[in-house]
Design a binder for this molecule. Sequence first.
Ligand code: UD1
Length: 417
Amino acid sequence: MSIIRIDGGRRLYGTVSVHGAKNSVLPIMAAALLACGETVIHNCPNLSDVDAATRILVHLGCIVNREGAKVYVDSKTLTRSDIPHELMREMRSSVIFLGAIMARLGEAVLSLPGGCELGPRPIDLHLSALRAMGAEIDEEGGNIVCKAKSLKGCRINLAFPSVGATENVMLAAAKCAGTTIITNAACEPEIWDLQSYMRRLGIKVHGAGTSIITIEGCGQKGNTEHWVIPDRIVAATYMACAASSGGMIELTNVYPGHILAVTETLEEMGCEIKTGSDTILINADKPRKAVKPIITKPYPGFPTDAQPPVMAASLTADGTTVFVENIFENRYRHVAELRRMGADIKTEGRVAIVSGVKKLHGAPITSTDLRGGASLLVAALGAEGITEISGVAHIDRGYDDITGVLESLGADILKFD
Ligand code: UD1
């Protein structure tokens, strides 16, 4: 069980190249099943969630190799259609394999992902969409048994623009007869990235990035390569680190247009931000002030995944900042840990009220989920004294060598077992 130890209060200074997006790589690894050939995924981050997706592909019979930031997936040899509980449990988002396995084999057996650290994470929208496409689904004994002689294209209106449900329908529709039209689809950049990859396979997909996506099922296959987009949440986290430590960081390999809601908030907080086509420079040498309510929403609204790190950056801002978490029920688990560092935060249901304090102090704290864990790092960088963070495995799910990166920026940080 690793621990990260930070002696806070040093201004961070330097350049960070943002790695590929976890939330793009995972559905693209699932989509590689559609290729029936070899896919080379470039800009693939080294994350424990990517390792978990690799174990699933290998279990299914695929050949997967990694060379640095390149991952090779050969799905010609796919033989199985089941994902056992041990593998599903490692990564809740493994449900995105469902659509791809159905498209390739017409049957899939997965254990239910169940609840997670962010609260219940139902998959009713995924399942009702697959049923509308002609799948028969039994949910028994904690398993989902999904079968279809042939899936058929149809119109699917999602009751909520779920990222995972949109991806699952896109994948399931890729080889089915007829045209599938998803309305109220999620518009996140990662959906657009999935569409780009599917197009490289010759699948006709249109509309990603808008709320209407059309997929014409077809049987294209072959070898292909794909370059994953930069991780906007990692970028937001490093910006929050700059803000909390009063430092200056240049991000490279980033798409500023993907995180406008976050940059606008940090500017309002008093940070100076300059963007280029694929760079962001953030200078946080001025005192921070509270901002108008931060309300998480589907893209292009303020991302729920950036709420915890930005909250950590607001803890020593002058005034009161209100957060409203609209996407996940249980996304304030970091609050109790931040309070141990002297933060003044009150929560009531979906609302958290941060009253800025003059300073935070180091404390022993525990990461309870991925982005909550990142928020503890952000707070510790700006706190006086030593913070020891346990539960680091959560952070490793989504940040490639974050301790090495922060050390290169001047943080006094050490990871040890
Ligand atoms: C994805 C991201 C996650 C991000 C989230 C919202 C990946 C691997 N993960 O998660 O980092 O925080 O989008 O931007 O891409 N819901 C239902 N029924 C369903 C599906 C979802 O009620 O069938 C609800 C969820 O409980 C949640 C909300 O819809 O409250 C959003 O979930 P969704 O967009 O599906 O998130 P994920 O795809 O799980």
